[in-house]
Design a binder for this molecule. Structure first.
Ligand code: FAD
Length: 526
């Protein structure tokens, strides 16, 4: 029987990206939503400390925004598309690596138009409308895959909180810090940080969207059978800025995610609306600490990121580096995500992950879609929505979530991850490019079957654990393919070697095939 939602009170703890979006979803469904946030209304704050300025948004986040009617505003009016990675080498040269091979643009109806290929039959095509660079009036339908650089504050404050206020819901409770929660009875105690009073609140459903260091999760940890694991990686991150050029324009081509892969270190830059770039430097804390004078810092940049000195500006680099401090990165796994039908964790509170795949916000926003789907299915009956069986609800979601979290955190921690490698090292290595060529070739031949991991994670809503399972299968297949071609090569070589004239040729062929086999097996083992 369909449950009435209007007489039910939901307390959402945390007005970050996920909490403010979830508040919109629940208010739209008719719940009496109360949003509690530790900080001040960030719309009144000059600077929000400790958080990245811009984020890469992809299909999962966009789907989350769409249902509450803000995707257009965020993506079309504000987002800057990034169609490829732009790799910066030490010598200052650059090289673009598109996200996929569908980078063709054509006029609709003309022969040059390339119809979009659905990455996955269930997900449909990923299409973008872009202005024709030659003729501003016409619009082209592009089949290029893009991720979008969006401002955290724009999305969080100006769009999501403002959108939530448009639904009939109680005024937001800022300056409310969650202290304790009785998870089964739906009671919470907050500290009102303005008056220093303790406030007790009742709710039918409490949703913890209070981030990676979630207090709601800490309350769950006191319960038996609650599993929890956190891991800090040895790397920290620091945000720097490339300002607009003297002509007021971008100093680098804007439609790229710029990457400076340097083995142990990495730097990335995402474009901002004001034509500046937010640069994020990832390095082990030991190296951050060793850069303790302006001279040492400049020497380090001259060796590793010489082009960035000019882009950021010498004085600004020194000033910003020493004015900032490197921040840690944590990944969190826990289970279950709920207590009965009264408490739930979402977003980073449930599954914080390191940012190398740009999935934390996207995954958190997809949580909101997932909960909506469950609520649709079980007609807003929280007792059925907060699941008890492995086949429904959070249990299903946890399978999806845990895999990327596990993969990301574990592999990042051990510095052998595909995730980190793609962003940090491999993106520039011959092996990575070789594997990418195999992927491109096979995905052209078998577009529905062979979808590269990054494409599945970033450009589809395929469940994360299935993405990883498919990647494993692909690795196995590549391994087999290479073995078969190596054997074929050896047999060919044997027959070719029978003739003296062919001897030299067969020798080089066999050597070549063996080398490809070794390289590809090496990749397949990763
Ligand atoms: P948060 O954004 O952390 O919000 C939690 C909210 O809860 C905050 O407002 C906080 O003040 C409030 N709160 C905390 N404790 C309490 C309490 N006790 N009581 C009341 N309120 C409380 N993700 C992407 O998808 N793409 C990217 O490109 C990307 N880049 C990133 C780059 C960096 C450097 C980092 C660190 C992360 C990046 N992420 C990215 C991840 C993304 O930032 C997070 O996944 C996302 O912010 C999670 O949203 P959330 O709402 O769950 O948590």
């Amino acid at each position: 029987m369909k449950q009435s939602t209007s007489n039910k009170k939901v307390a959402v703890v945390g007005a970050g990206l996920v909490g403010s979006l979830e508040a919109c979803y629940l208010a739209k469904r008719g719940y009496d939503v109360h949003l509690y946030e530790y900080r001040d209304d960030i719309r009144n704050m000059e600077h929000v400390p400790g958080r990245s300025i811009n984020l890469a948004m992809s299909i999962r986040g966009r789907t989350g925004l769409k249902a509450v009617g803000v995707e257009e505003k965020i993506i079309r009016e504000h987002g800057i598309p990034m169609y490829a990675r732009m790799i910066h080498n030490r010598d200052g040269s650059t090289k673009a690596i598109p996200y996929n091979k569908d980078g063709k643009v054509g006029v609709r109806g003309s022969k040059r138009f390339v119809p979009p290929t659905p990455f996955l039959p269930s997900q449909g095509p990923y299409i973008d409308l872009v202005p024709n660079p030659k003729n501003n009036q016409r619009h082209l339908r592009a089949v290029r895959s893009a991720i979008y650089s969006v401002g955290r504050r724009f999305v969080n404050d100006w769009v999501l909180l403002t959108r939530a206020e448009e639904f009939p819901m109680s005024p937001f409770h800022f300056h409310h810090k969650l202290l304790t929660a009785d998870l089964e009875r739906g009671k919470m105690t907050f500290l009102d940080t303005m008056s220093q009073d303790e406030v007790t609140v009742d709710a039918d459903l409490m949703i913890g969207c209070d981030g990676a260091y979630s207090n709601m999760r800490k309350q769950m940890m006191k319960r038996p059978m609650f599993n929890y694991r956190q891991q800090y990686i040895p790397h920290g991150y620091m945000e720097l800025c490339i300002p607009p050029g003297s002509d007021g324009n971008f100093q680098m081509p804007p439609n790229y995610l710029h990457i400076w892969p340097r083995g142990q270190y990495m730097m990335i830059a995402l474009p901002n609306q004001d034509k500046s770039w937010t640069v994020t430097l990832f390095m082990p804390f030991g190296i951050f600490n060793s850069l303790d004078t302006p001279e040492v810092l400049l020497d380090f940049f001259k060796t590793n990121y010489p082009d960035a000195i000019t882009l950021i500006g010498r004085e600004k680099l020194i000033h910003d580096f020493f004015a900032n401090k490197a921040l840690p990165m944590i990944s969190v796994k826990c289970s279950p995500y709920h207590v009965g039908s009264t408490s739930l964790l979402m977003g980073d509170a449930a599954h914080a992950m390191v940012p190398f795949y740009g999935q934390g916000m996207n995954c958190g926003m997809e949580d909101c879609v997932f909960l909506k789907e469950i609520m649709d299915k079980y007609e807003s009956d929280e007792r059925r929505c907060c699941p008890r069986t492995p086949s429904t609800g959070t249990q299903t979601r946890r399978r999806s979530w845990t895999s990327p979290c596990t993969t990301t955190s574990r592999l990042v921690g051990w510095c052998v991850s595909i995730v980190v490698s793609v962003m940090r090292d491999l993106v520039n290595s011959k092996l990575f490019l070789l594997r990418k060529k195999w992927d491109d070739l096979l995905s052209r031949l078998l577009p529905r079957t062979w979808v590269p991991l990054y494409t599945m994670v970033t450009f589809s809503r395929e469940r994360y654990h299935l993405c990883i399972a498919k990647k494993r299968w692909q690795d196995e297949m590549i391994g087999k393919l290479v073995k078969v071609s190596a054997v074929a090569g050896v047999i060919l070589g044997f027959f070719a070697a029978k003739t003296q004239a062919a001897h030299a040729f067969s020798h080089s062929l066999v050597t070549h095939l063996n080398s490809i086999t070794t390289k590809t097996l090496d990749i397949a083992m990763r």
